[in-house]
Design a binder for this molecule. Sequence first.
Ligand code: TXA
Ligand code: MG
Length: 339
Amino acid sequence: MITSYFKMDINHIDNDIITKCSELLKRGKLVAFPTETVYGLGANGLDEKAIAGIFKAKGRPMDNPLILHVNSMDMVKKFTEEIPSVAYDLAKIFWPGPLTMIFRKNDLVPYAATANLDTVAIRIPSHKVALALITACGFPLAAPSANYSGKPSPTDSAHVYEDLNGKIDAIIDCGKSNIGIESTVLDITGDIPVVLRPGGVSIRQLELLIPNIISEKVTDSSAPKSPGMKYRHYSPEAPLYLVQGENEKVVSKISTLAGNNTGILCSLENMNRYHTGKRICLGSIANSEQLASNLFDSLRIFDKLQVDTIYSEYFEYGEYKEAIMNRLKKASSGTISVT
Ligand code: TXA
Ligand code: MG
């Protein structure tokens, strides 16, 4: 398959490209498109065959449901049984944006999109290109992150190209994703909302609105509520180990372990303290947003550097600490504690 490549400027929506891509999607084809979190691999969310194509192109386990991307609350109403009032409160603040809510689905949503669940994940993205594409299609776009299953999520069209060129019909390139980490997935079908995946809306932001929100189990992989969370994810080629403990001890432990071909994922503050190995700086510990947005790209760079092993500092800093550590733990082969 030849993958068409369309370049677009977020400030100048090219309607010809949007029309071409929506025509492809209407014909059941797969189009990768930018969102503010990460790139998505889109298909008509009401077309079972097209949805099957997503699973095939990504090599995605069949029991991992997809998010439907829509452009309005009216579209949410169209595909759900009932909308709990908390959804309106959340939507008012966080939509369009990096929040995915789980609703009870109605019969219009095929089980192919939900991996046979009676619930459906829905998000209104804020990216102008994503919204233009949904509007031109008139149907929800089922879209997982546009990476090959198990790889770090794509925060740039080049990542999509690396993983899916030749496997999908088109890629819309709109440069780097602004947020760089996926949406927060929130289950609102029960009495108390439960965070299934921390992401672009922080736990703290959600707690301001829902003080009793359940979020503490988000990194407990033994009991996954969100099917996607049980798989090893985001993994660079080389095994990655997290090194946890007091900062001085972490730096000294990693320094002892590192050889010339070792990858080191570190903070800006510690960067110059390592003298062996291939360092990648995730950003300053004072800038949680930056740490989150550099994470997936950094993991992919280690592949290019062909390191043997990666040691990563523990990045429990600031607003996005849960999201960052959730992804790092999924990417890792284990944790080394230094006490
Ligand atoms: O930011 C994002 O969320 C990106 C962009 C493209 O929107 N999408 C994304 O999709 O990250 P994906 O498929 O990589 O992750 C979707 C997550 C998975 O963990 C999946 O298990 C969960 O949402 N999910 C989807 N439907 C669900 C449902 N009905 N119940 C529970 N979890 C669900
Ligand atoms: Mg994904």
